[in-house]
Design a protein around this ligand. Sequence first.
Ligand code: IMP
Length: 402
Amino acid sequence: MNAVIFGLQWGDEGKGKITTKLSRDFDFVVRYSGGSNAGHTVEYPDFKLIHHLVPSFDVRANVKGYISNGVVVDLGVLKREIEELMSKGIEVENRLFISNLCHVVLPFHKLLDEKLESVKGSKAVGTTKRGIGPSYADKAHRVGLRLCDFENEIILDEKLEFIAMFYESVYDISDISFDEVLHDYQYISKFVISPIQFRKDYRDASLLFEGTQGVLLDVDVGTYPYVTSSYCSTSGVEAGFGFPVTVDKKIGVFKAYLTRVGEGPFPTELYGSEGEVLRRVGGEYGATTGRPRRCGWLDLPLLRYAIEVSGCDEMIITKADVLSGFEYVKVGVNYRLAGRKLEMPYNLQVLSEVEVDYVKLPGWKNLEDSNFDGFLKFIESEVGCKITMVSTGPRVDDIVER
Ligand code: IMP
């Protein structure tokens, strides 16, 4: 059986922890999209891991990780992550595999990311500045560097020379040093594998695909242009894995409220002290950049849309525990423009102008409170999808089935 776990919002839904918890039932966790812009926090009883590139497999269980071709890899970040795992006595060799078709994030991709954001001015996306967009752009421009290019020194030298020329001519970025990348590759090389070899060795393995970011940040179906540059919705699984694959279950994760980092419309956003309360109780600061996240109430038109475009089969709710003790919670149920109801609009100008109809629901003392069950049933009936599990706290094992 294969499954995918993915975010139904703008990322930061707590997918990492859920992936880790469910990974015990699979042979592999496969990262299929994004890069080190992701920051999946996993709290074990004795330590905490933030996965940027290493798939969120349960380090205590018999499960492995594969980074497939849809991911862009920052070798320095990956090296540090592997070193951290090893320093904790966690076995990584023969447990982590990286496709040699992965594109490599180079130092000047980060420079270009900053430059593009600054040129965009008030239209900046608010990227993580990890060089992710420029790396995917190089892939599309057919000038990107892949891990397989490191296998032959002559080809590698030619490629690096060409890339340096390309960046100087097109972006006026020069004095590029590849020393660090070459050094980091030496460390990473033992984990690199050809996808055909991976397929041959693990043809019958059960795969848990780990989505990054969220459906609303997908480059095609998200709130473009305020999105990331990869196919992080479920439609990215096959392209990102590189082989046709049957995904038996699509499990969407959503938070009991809503957050977003970076720019773009956010109809249920709370400002001032109201937003601050959610930020404080939820500890809403980016795992990758430390930026304060924008916070607001749960938005059902966006959730309905994300369920529809992702083909979500079932949902897991996270962070409802942090709302325990609130007198009430609000849920955005409909959008309205000039008095008329409308579905999630593709036109972002419209999305930034909609008014939201809210329903106010009684708060809960704890997750056993019948008010909380009422909240879950309300969401299920509004969006037409079942909530099968509830995350009850920050640690890996804090999760219950319904
Ligand atoms: P980029 O992926 O760094 O290009 O950033 C594009 C947009 O996606 C920005 O709004 C980022 O804040 C957002 N983003 C990227 N990765 C994540 C993530 O892991 N969680 C939440 N937002 C993200």
